[in-house]
Design a protein. Structure first.
Length: 370
C-alpha cells in the first residue's frame, strides 16, 4: 500500500492505459509516464512511489500527495492437497471476497471475483446463497491478480506464475461491466500483465446485451453458465433465464464469435444427479448447440452446506459425455480442484454484508422446513 491514505485519492491500481494517461495529463505529465507507472505497479509489483526510480522526484512527490496504490488485504491463505491456493481478501469496507489459484503442468489459472456476493440466485451455487452487497471496483478486481502474483512470487523467486485468468469467482461479471472491462484491459496490456485474449476468460450466466457490448469493447474468451438444455429447467437453475431465455442467449453467443470462425464458446454444465444429467438431457443439449461453435465443460457438482443437490455419479457423467462426443461435439469433464478447502467451482463464499437479506431468508426457510 502506498503511503497516501487520502480517502478520495485515485487508486492507480485500477487505471487502464487510457485512464492512466488521462490522470497523468492532469499532472502535466506526458503519455509515456503512463507506461512507466504501469510497469512499476503491475510488472514489478511496487506500491511505493519512492521506489519508482525512473520518475522524477517532483512527480513522485505529487503522486504521493494525490494518488494511492491500494490492493485488497490478505486475511487468510489456504493450500489444498492438490496445490490449489485460496485467499480470503478484505476490502476497504470490511466485506471480503475469495480468489483461487489453480496450478497445472502447463499453466497457472487465477479465478477472480467481480462482485461482493452475487445478484443472481443460481440455486446450485454457494456464492449465490450469500446474498449481494456491491460491485467491485477495477482496482479491487485487478488487485486480486496483483496480490496473487505477490504471494506466489515469494515462493517462486519472483517468477510470474499466473498465465491465465478466469472471471469465474464471486459475482456476475457482466453486471459490473464498467469495472470489469478496464481491469481486463490491464490484464491484456503488454506493459502490465501481457496476457492474450485467449488466456483471459469471462464467465456469464447470460446477460445478453452485455455479451454484445463485450464483443465490441474487449472480446476475451467467453464462457457461459448453461447448466440446462431447455428453458423450463434453466428457469429453475439459473433464474436469469427468465429475462434472457436460451434462444436469445445462444443467438448472442453466435454473434460473439461470428467474425472468428475458429473460436468456440465454452459452455459450463454442472452435473446434478437426477436433475439435468439424463440421456434425454444430453440429446436436448446436442440439439440446442447444433448451430453454436462450442466446447462443453461438464462440471461435477461441488456440494455445500444446505444444498438439496447431489453430484451425478461418474457413470452418468461418462455416459452423458459419450453421447455428446458421438454427436460430434467437443466435451470434457472438468477435474475438481480445491474442494478440500472449498475452492472448487460454485463453492466461493467470502464474507458478505448482504444488502438483499437473501442469506437471512434462506436460513429462516431452512429452519422452517427442518
Amino acid at each position: 500500500m502506498s503511503g497516501n491514505q487520502q480517502p478520495n485519492a485515485p487508486n492507480l491500481l485500477g487505471l487502464d492505459r487510457e485512464a492512466m494517461q488521462t490522470y497523468l495529463a492532469s499532472l502535466d505529465e506526458k503519455p509515456f509516464r503512463a507506461t512507466q507507472v504501469m510497469k512499476w505497479i503491475h510488472q514489478q509489483g511496487f506500491d511505493d512511489f519512492d521506489a519508482m526510480s525512473n520518475l522524477s522526484k517532483p512527480l513522485r512527490a505529487r503522486l504521493k500527495e494525490s494518488a494511492a496504490i491500494q490492493a485488497p488485504e490478505v486475511l487468510q491463505g489456504q493450500r489444498g492437497a492438490d496445490g490449489t491456493r485460496k485467499w480470503l481478501l478484505r476490502l476497504y469496507d470490511g466485506n471480503c471476497i475469495e480468489t483461487v489459484f489453480i496450478p497445472e503442468e502447463d499453466r497457472g489459472t487465477l479465478c477472480v471475483s467481480s462482485q461482493v456476493g452475487c445478484t443472481l440466485n443460481c440455486t446450485f451455487c454457494s456464492t449465490a446463497q450469500q446474498g449481494f452487497n456491491r460491485n467491485l471496483s477495477s482496482a479491487e478486481i485487478i488487485g486480486q491478480l496483483w496480490v496473487a502474483n505477490r504471494e506466489l512470487g515469494r515462493e517462486h523467486a519472483g517468477r510470474r506464475i499466473v498465465t491465465n485468468v478466469v472471471m469465474m469467482g464471486m459475482g456476475e461479471p457482466l453486471l459490473n461491466f464498467d469495472s470489469v472491462v478496464p481491469a481486463m484491459k490491464i490484464m491484456l496490456d503488454d506493459n502490465a500483465y501481457g496476457l492474450s485474449k485467449r488466456r483471459v476468460t469471462l464467465s456469464t450466466a447470460g446477460v445478453v446485451p452485455a455479451i454484445d457490448r463485450l464483443r465490441d469493447n474487449c472480446p476475451v474468451s467467453l464462457a457461459v453458465s448453461l447448466h440446462a438444455p431447455n428453458n423450463a429447467l434453466r428457469d429453475q437453475l439459473v433464474p436469469l433465464n427468465r429475462k434472457y431465455p436460451l434462444e436469445e442467449l445462444l443467438a448472442a453467443c453466435r454473434r460473439y464469435v461470428a467474425d472468428e470462425p475458429r473460436r468456440r464458446i465454452t459452455m459450463e454444465y454442472v452435473m446434478l444427479d437426477g436433475i439435468n444429467d439424463s440421456l434425454d438431457h444430453a440429446r436436448e443439449l446436442i440439439a440446442c448447440l447444433k448451430r453454436v461453435p462450442a466446447k462443453i465443460n461438464l462440471i461435477p457438482f461441488n456440494p455445500f452446506p444446505g444444498t438439496p443437490y447431489r453430484k451425478s455419479s461418474q457413470a452418468r457423467i461418462d455416459r452423458f459425455r459419450e453421447a455428446l462426443l458421438n454427436a460430434g461435439l467437443v466435451a470434457v469433464t472438468r477435474k475438481t480442484r480445491g474442494d478440500d478447502i472449498d475452492a472448487a467451482c460454485g463453492q466461493l463464499a467470502g464474507r458478505v454484508q448482504d444488502r438483499t437479506n437473501r442469506s437471512t431468508r434462506l436460513r429462516r426457510a431452512a429452519v422452517t422446513s427442518a
